[in-house]
Design a binder for this molecule. Structure first.
Ligand SMILES: [Zn+2]
Length: 166
């Protein structure tokens, strides 16, 4: 999945959560969703975030390979435990959710993800998959964009905390 699809899908699902739960859709929450939605690709120097990582991505790829450690349940669990237990805020909540949505989106791609790393290097994937940069991914991008706009205009933003866009 390309970076803009990761951002839009994270924002759309995050806005859906804000619509149906007490979570507020604030700028900090949206920023967390977007950054978390890109973070797992810190293991690929050519990814959007990897190109801006000042060399970190190169080291992570060397150590774990692309779609290795950073795309596992262990990495997500560790980040979530540290951030949410130590520094709970709407930004860190968005970041942990965005991270999970990224791994979930890659799980639905034809390459799959090593969910159980380091116990197994097997890449798991959903029964129905899409190919990165395919026409189907473009369709997904617009579907998530529509969904995001729908949630934003139908309850994701509370009247009082309307910090974002409207
Ligand atoms: Zn990825």
């Amino acid at each position: 999945m390309r970076y803009h699809t990761h951002i839009v899908s994270s924002l759309a699902i995050g806005a859906g959560i804000a619509t149906y739960t007490p979570v507020s859709f604030t700028i900090a929450y949206a920023a967390g969703l977007a950054i978390g939605g890109l973070l797992p690709d810190i293991d690929e120097p050519n990814s959007y975030i990897g190109r801006r990582s000042l060399g970190v991505a190169k080291q992570v790829k060397k150590a774990f390979g692309h779609r290795g450690f950073t795309h596992s349940l262990l990495a997500w669990g560790a980040i979530t435990a540290v951030l949410l237990l130590q520094h709970f805020s709407s930004f860190t909540l968005g970041l942990c959710l965005g991270y999970a949505f990224h791994v979930l989106a890659d799980y639905c791609s034809s390459q799959g993800v090593p969910l159980l790393w380091p116990f197994s290097k097997k890449r798991y994937r959903f029964i129905v998959t899409y190919r990165t940069s395919s026409f189907f991914e473009t369709v997904l991008f617009y579907c998530f964009l529509a969904l995001f706009i729908y949630f934003l205009t139908n309850g994701a933003i509370e009247e009082q905390g309307s910090l974002f866009l409207f």
